[in-house]
Write a protein that binds this ligand. Sequence first.
Ligand SMILES: [Mn+2]
Length: 356
Amino acid sequence: MFKVRIEKLRKKITQLGLDAFLVMAPENRRYLSGFTGSSGVLLITKNQNFLLTDFRYIDQAKIEAPDFQVIRYDGSLVETIKNILERLFIETLGFEEDFITYKQYRELREGIPKIKIFPEAGLVEKIRMIKDQEEIATIARAAKVADEAFNYILGKIRPGLTEIEIALELEFFMRSQGASSTSFSTIVASGARSALPHGVASEKLIEKGDFVTLDFGCIYQGYCSDMTRTVVIGEPDRKQREVYQVVLEAQILALENIKAGMSCQEIDALSRTYIAEKGYGQYFGHGLGHGVGLAVHEHPSLSPRDNTELVPNMVVTVEPGIYLPGWGGVRIEDLVVVEEAGLKNLTDSPKDLIVI
Ligand SMILES: [Mn+2]
């Protein structure tokens, strides 16, 4: 599995005319090597794979990343890289421009002046967009834990609890099901706060009449899940029903039409146009969705600005929303696998407006 991934990257490196490539992004490091530690870089050359890490991770790296020569560095990472590059007569080195600090960049330039270095963006990320069956099974498991957490929390939400207390219950439940952590800061946004698309749980009390938006997910064996449901406390008024219905129909429209061959822009436009036709266009200000995998936000992005073509086994969210400042908001989010003729929905929680 890792060999296949490395070969895909190696092909790209060769096409770019590079002798070697430095991988610094934590998710890319894990994806290519299997190494789960928090510190280290990969150096992939035309025919060798190196994993450079420090004392704390040497044994772990040897076990987790058998396809790599594990090299320990104690002082300067750049010095260690330099030694390898000189020994192998490497002349051109690519690096990930989104995952290097200015200091590291300066040290590379100044420490290895004879080597030409080239910034690259998204080389490994583009490979990561299309998941293998094992990855999909793991993401499905992470999504199931989130579904079960939603079902559990429905029995707990009541007026008088704080958003933080609800978030804690969700998180405790997911951890108890084998999740190693949440995939991002749990969003519990109630009442007027539900108009904040990323309203991380606060000390606000849940009150009668509130919309409560729950956006959460977990990390299970390294892979993320992400889902959102909005529930209402007490009987909804007309406007709440209307806004909820528009978001739900916009989401279903996208879900019913997604299939391989469409572009991310096209699928985003389906929901966006629908919401605009209903008069709420200016209140849906974010993209329709995003890729999910080792990272909770990854390529591609279902947005007006991404023309990537959907390909089978991409895993993306579909999450339209309407946010009315001072009033509240609704978002509904599922995690789906793109297939040749449609999709497989990994999120199974009910979507009709739940009244608590
Ligand atoms: Mn999301």
